[in-house]
Design a protein around this ligand. Sequence first.
Ligand code: FAD
Length: 478
Amino acid sequence: MAEKDSKPVIVWFRRDLRLDDNHALHSAWETGRPVICVYIREPESPDIGSLGAAQDWWLHHSLLALRDSLRARRSDLCLRSGPAATVLQDIARTSGADLLFVNHAYERRAVDHDIAVALKAAGIAIRAFHGQLLHDPQRIRTGSGGSFKVYTPFWNAMQKLGEPGEPCDAPASFIAPDSYPESETLASWNLLPSKPDWASGFSQFWTPGEAGALEKLEALIDADLLDYKRGRDFPGTDSTSRLSPHLAHGEISPARIWHATNGIAAQHRDDLVHFRKELAWRDFCYNLMVEFPDLRTRNWDPKFDALEWAFDTDDFSAWTAGCTGYPIVDAGMRELWQTGYMQNRVRMITASFLVKDLLIDWRRGDAWFRDTLLDADPASNTANWQWVAGSGADASPFFRIFNPILQGEKFDPDGAYVRRWVPELEKLPNKYVHKPFEAPEHVLADAGVELGKTYPRPIVNHGMARDRALEAYKGLKS
Ligand code: FAD
């Protein structure tokens, strides 16, 4: 129902860079009033959780795509930098707007609360909507009204809520305000790396923006989620959706994904349920963060505060560069560097290696992933790091330590993944591709591998590292 007022309304985009199933945008459009769309580059602060360098690359392209889509609907995107409350008040003052539409962003609830107080004091009303997750975290509660700390009961409770709300379509066109507020140029934000341009390969793998997200979703549906459940553990296959960077920037809504998968063939029901359970993990991570806003910086389980982490700069550098001497770890870290993405099983292996084999604090790994992952997500990244470290809610126990050789042999049995990202090992036979340091000299020579020269020797002995980690953990318990 259109409101009679002709004053413009403001839509503030954050991690919801889409027109489709965007409840804030849709509701603003439904007022029948002119709509001013704005994206604000806020000053870095721990409360807001700044984007990493890889995500800056994504953001640049995503904002361009969003602006083009808005322009095609007779609207535009205003880019501004500064503290959000100040920018929004300025836009309201110069445009005459007195109403703001925004989607909830659960990772920044405290800072949003302060912004809301400032805006209300300035006479700007706010309408906030859910849509970042499948379900509003406040709706998934235990019998006693608390939040879930274990995933399976969380999933069961989510099932009882039924399907997420029906997605709303993108508005066809907007009423433009008399004049659009001044916008900064995207180029002036310098989001793209230049010297060196380490992101030059990203566009081979990704198309930031809503259209790219829909393409990925369609590919998933066309493949009928075939082999998702089994294949998602095998990094050499291409069984997962690769929707994570799009979800992290809100270019597609989880509800849209959920409803789109309703058409998956009945014989792939197991794959479908498993896929939805993964999507629900994302909700679970946000639920943990809502419950424990310090999740990014503090151990969920305070027992881990006493753990004596080691920190060796050379070890950490070798890990970031994919030069640890353990092929599956190195393949993962190099995939990350070259594509801005890493397959889930390999994320677990590389994270476990950092935390348990190198005994380096999970927060350092979390920060590296945040800077290099295109899908870096404030809740999913940290909750998963804490899960691997054992310090998180419903976490993998600390004493369960991945053996990088066995993990490689089990989940990359023909070494396809390692050969792709660590080409210097390409010619090693399967038997040694996950443990070149055990290969006889003549096998290495035939494959053109010279340990310590063409490929590093292991930076730690896994057996010894495992004992060291268990010792540290034992001390923790006592
Ligand atoms: P699919 O298998 O197709 O899953 C569909 C969607 O479900 C994903 O796009 C993602 O949004 C969600 N999802 C799947 N697995 C998980 C999970 N374990 N936790 C939370 N959500 C999940 N995921 C991120 O989106 N951002 C991160 O910053 C992130 N950091 C991680 C760090 C570590 C140490 C680990 C072990 C995992 C991390 N994950 C993160 C989870 C997972 O690895 C990725 O979501 C997944 O690999 C993305 O690929 P996909 O889109 O093809 O996933």
